[in-house]
Ligand binder design. Structure first.
Ligand SMILES: C[S@@+](CC[C@H](N)C(=O)[O-])C[C@H]1O[C@@H](n2cnc3c(N)ncnc32)[C@H](O)[C@@H]1O
Length: 249
């Protein structure tokens, strides 16, 4: 699995991420577009934009979208959407004060070294009365993928990774409060992940692992995901994201 704070690691998996995971957060993206009132002409920064699927949705809504990501290959993919993308982490954006109406980070804020510094930096580039919207995986109990990750941890005799502070109920709101930002709305949304066959399941779950590890864990992943088989050859894992929006003052 990818070490989230390692931009080189994200570059390495950029194409795989785009193919296997690029669109699965769409329901969370729609929730935050609606909650922040994004409409034609809204200036939006998507920080940690990955391969650029959200930038494309923003563009289709008529927003003036800009992306930021520290991983060179992610930046290259995101630029292919046809928008400006800067190569930078959330904590230090080469962007002007008050340049945006809305800043978003979907499944990305947890990779910042310091969440408070990152949220304040998003606040710097958003105008007064603009919004910051954060969306992240919800706690493990709301995610079928947790079952598979536990099986992998057991097979490797490792500790199962904890949920982390941004994933639990109220976690994003607490991070906003720590950064001095006023929360205006929050919610939870279903983000199912579907793959058409065992190969995609294994490649998606073990994205970033070397071939030997994939071979070793393949049968563990398939067995653990058995409850999530669909009526065909594929699998659907029911997962959820939590999101929250804060106003910049
Ligand atoms: C799990 S992917 C999510 C990408 C995209 N937001 C999405 O929803 O598909 C995480 C992304 O965060 C980026 N990232 C890692 N550290 C970051 C940081 N400090 N600031 C901003 N983005 C970061 C990675 O390069 C990667 O593109």
């Amino acid at each position: 699995m990818v070490d989230g704070a390692d931009a080189g690691g994200w570059s390495h998996v950029a194409a795989g991420w785009a193919a296997l995971w690029g669109s699965f957060a769409d329901p969370a993206r729609v929730a935050i577009m609606n909650a922040t009132g994004i409409e034609p002409g809204t200036r939006v920064l998507d920080a940690g934009c990955g391969s650029g699927e959200f930038l494309q949705s923003l563009q289709e809504r008529g927003a003036l979208a800009v992306g930021a990501d520290p991983a060179a290959e992610m930046v290259a993919l995101a630029r292919s959407v046809g928008v400006e993308v800067v190569m930078a982490g959330i904590e230090d954006l080469p962007l002007a004060d008050d340049a945006f109406d809305v800043a978003t980070a979907v499944n990305a804020l947890q990779f910042a070294d310091d969440t408070t510094v990152a949220l304040r930096e998003l606040g710097r580039v958003v105008r007064t009365d603009g919004y910051i919207a954060i969306a992240n995986w919800a706690e493990g109990s709301l995610n079928d993928i947790d079952v598979v990750e536990r099986a992998i941890a057991d097979a490797l005799d490792e500790e199962h990774a904890s949920d982390g502070p941004l994933r639990t109920a109220g976690g994003i709101e607490a991070a906003f409060a720590d950064a001095g930002l006023e929360v205006v709305e929050a919610g939870v949304v279903k983000t199912p992940w579907s793959v058409r066959d065992e190969e995609m399941l294994v490649q998606g779950i073990l994205l970033g692992e070397d071939p030997d590890t994939i071979a070793e864990l393949r049968s563990i992943v398939i067995a653990a995901a058995a409850p999530f088989r669909d009526d065909h050859e594929g699998f659907t894992l029911r997962n959820s994201f939590r999101w929250a929006v804060a106003r910049v003052s």
